[in-house]
Design a protein around this ligand. Structure first.
Ligand code: GSH
Length: 317
């Protein structure tokens, strides 16, 4: 774990000393958009037109945020148009690293040993965290975006004329409702589990623990009456929720101490999780080996022995 300061790598853990033991996620800094015609998106600059083979995606199979982008790449038929490098599951003193081992790969573009080197290629004086996912532009030699919420929006529509795939997970008529629900799920659930797990005071942990399970109870109720979060319409909000749900019982219950209940104890959430997992193409994006090894072996302040629990038995088929 570490970060870049003026383009130099430093091995440091999250500093919670100024926030009462609370984990505060930093804001992503590369915020451009790929658009169908290269015009500017909601933030950043233009010049990033959708083209087959032009963009490269860096992901971790362990990371819930990167997982969103892999799901969209799959469901939107982008696999032949956007290639991928997969970091090694262990994130230690050099941060995310590349190694040709199992499902992990080399850096297919530059052969870098660590992801921070890709960040400094985009900006030699970059200061900040080195996170996945990263969407790289081969043409201009820079990072388009390192914000998953925005990368999935690009994947949802920018390449439609190239792929002919017009599935829309962010339909206009639901967009405001999706944004509102995303915000709630992000704060109390997606990021909520991290706020429990990375808390360094009892108070910070308990505050987020309460909010997390309150939010899960609300979702359980909502999904008791609906197949998906918005009735029978499968949207971006479902995929954003899914990547946390699928990691919950194998990792967050134990490693992040989110243990009031398991997802297996919620009938509607269990049915929903299985439904999404069995959606064509999605199971192939889930790698429980990387998920478990990443969390249990990378966060030495939480699990110093690095022992990965063998259980629980997970059967989502
Ligand atoms: N807001 C970012 C967050 C991405 C993120 O925090 N990724 C984690 C992995 S799950 C990471 O790379 N962390 C490295 C670090 O914080 O140094 C997004 O959604 O794209």
């Amino acid at each position: 774990m570490g970060m870049l300061v003026d383009g130099q790598w430093h091995d440091v853990w999250y500093d919670t000393s100024k926030s009462g033991g609370r984990f505060v996620r930093s804001v992503s800094q590369f915020r451009n958009f790929v658009t169908a015609d290269g015009s500017a998106g909601p933030t950043g600059t233009g010049g990033f037109a959708a083209e087959s083979g032009r963009y490269h995606l860096y992901v971790s199979l362990a990371c819930p945020w990167a997982h969103r982008t892999l799901i969209f790449r799959k469901l939107k038929g982008l696999e032949d148009h956007i290639d991928v490098s997969v970091v090694h599951p262990l994130m230690l003193e050099n941060g995310w690293e590349f190694r040709d081992e199992g499902a992990a790969t080399t850096d297919h573009l530059f052969g870098s040993s660590a992801l921070w080197q890709v960040y400094t290629k985009a900006d030699p004086t970059y200061s900040g965290r080195v996170t996945v996912p990263v969407l790289w532009d081969k043409k201009t030699g820079t990072i388009v975006s390192n914000e998953s919420a925005e990368i999935i929006r690009m994947f949802n529509s920018a390449f439609d004329d190239i792929t002919g795939n017009r599935l829309d997970f962010y339909p206009e008529d639901l967009s405001a409702d999706i944004d509102a629900l995303n915000a709630k799920i992000y704060d109390s659930i997606n990021n909520g589990v991290y706020k429990c797990g990375f808390a360094t005071t009892q108070e910070a942990y308990e505050e987020n623990f309460g909010k997390l399970f309150e939010a899960l109870d609300t979702m359980e109720e909502r999904l008791s009456a609906n197949r998906y979060l918005f009735g029978d319409r499968l949207t971006e909000a479902d995929w954003r929720f899914f990547t946390t749900l699928v990691r919950f019982d194998p990792v967050y219950v134990g490693h992040f101490k989110c243990n009031l209940k398991r997802i297996a104890d919620y009938p509607a959430l269990t049915r929903y999780l299985k439904d999404l997992y069995n959606h064509p193409g999605v199971a192939e994006t889930v790698n429980f080996d990387h998920i478990k090894r990443h969390y249990y072996q990378s966060h030495k302040t939480i699990n110093p022995t690095g022992i990965v629990p063998v259980g629980p038995e997970i059967d989502l088929a």
